[in-house]
Design a protein. Structure first.
Length: 86
């Protein structure tokens, strides 16, 4: 899991599911884009709902996310650098 700190708040890195893209396809795409590795999805823990107050965004009272959590494993024993892609 990769966590990112923004103005005192912690977020799990990730991305959005593109139009007509399956959630599992999005997992593979986002991990490749953000971490430069390929993975195998072992298990889906399911969707989780999360509410939080946005950071001073005018006109928005709250923010709501539905996050699907997957357990993944690297396809290689050692992560490859972007320049070492297979």
């Amino acid at each position: 899991m990769v966590l990112i700190a923004v103005e005192g708040e912690w977020f799990v890195s990730g991305g959005t599911v593109l139009n007509s893209e399956a959630r599992t396809e999005a997992v593979h795409r986002v991990i490749e884009e953000e971490l430069g590795v390929s993975v195998t999805i072992d298990y889906c823990f399911g969707p989780y709902e999360y509410f939080y107050d946005p950071l001073e965004i005018e006109g928005i009272d709250s923010k709501y996310y539905i996050v699907t959590v997957y357990r993944c494993r690297l396809d290689h024993e050692t992560p490859l650098r972007n320049s070492e892609k297979v």
